[in-house]
Each structure stands twice: as structure tokens, then as C-alpha cells.
Design a protein. Structure first.
Length: 99
């Protein structure tokens, strides 16, 4: 009889060990000024770092500072509400420290 080893991964804990160097002067992701609600909700659903949020009052917020640089938002919404997506400059961005 084989025993199955269950491992529970806490994504928030795993992400919290990453190191981020945020370029405060040049955001690597920029959105349209008044993003379409449907497109924004798409980003809320697909961003693995949960950088796109809608609060209880329906107010949209976005912060590129914790970006994993996976490009999911670019793939999902480039040409609609994602107006700019480039890799962060040298020594900037995420440094993975887990795994």
C-alpha cells in the first residue's frame, strides 16, 4: 500500500520570501486611465500575485510593486487596458528566494 504525502502550500507565505526592488520612478506596468470594468475584473482573476483589486465599494486599485513578472496581465489584456508592460530595469523587480 502506497502512502500519499500531502503537502499544503501557503502561496502568501511562499511569495513573502521573495525580494523586490521597486523602481519608484518608472513603473514597468501601466494601465489605461479609466480601465474598463470587465477587463479589470479579468486581471483580478488571473494575476497570481493579486495586484489588481476591487474593494467593497467597487473602487479599483493596482500596485505593480509585488509583481512576479510572469506577464499574465500582458497576455490577458495587452491592447485593452494594459498600456505598458516591460521588464523592470537592471537590478529591479523580483528576486525569487523560494524553491
Amino acid at each position: 500500500m502506497n502512502k500519499v504525502c500531502e503537502i499544503t502550500v501557503n502561496v502568501d507565505e511562499a511569495l513573502s520570501v521573495n525580494k523586490y526592488e521597486v523602481d519608484e520612478e518608472s513603473a514597468h506596468i501601466e494601465l489605461a486611465e479609466d480601465p474598463d470594468d470587465e477587463e479589470f475584473l479579468k486581471l483580478v482573476r488571473v494575476c497570481p500575485a493579486a495586484l489588481y483589486k476591487v474593494d467593497g465599494d467597487g473602487k479599483k486599485s493596482f500596485d505593480y510593486a509585488g509583481c512576479l513578472e510572469c506577464g499574465t496581465c500582458r497576455i490577458a489584456c495587452e491592447g485593452t487596458i494594459v498600456k505598458k508592460w516591460v521588464n523592470p530595469g537592471p537590478t529591479m523587480g523580483v528576486e525569487y528566494r523560494y524553491g
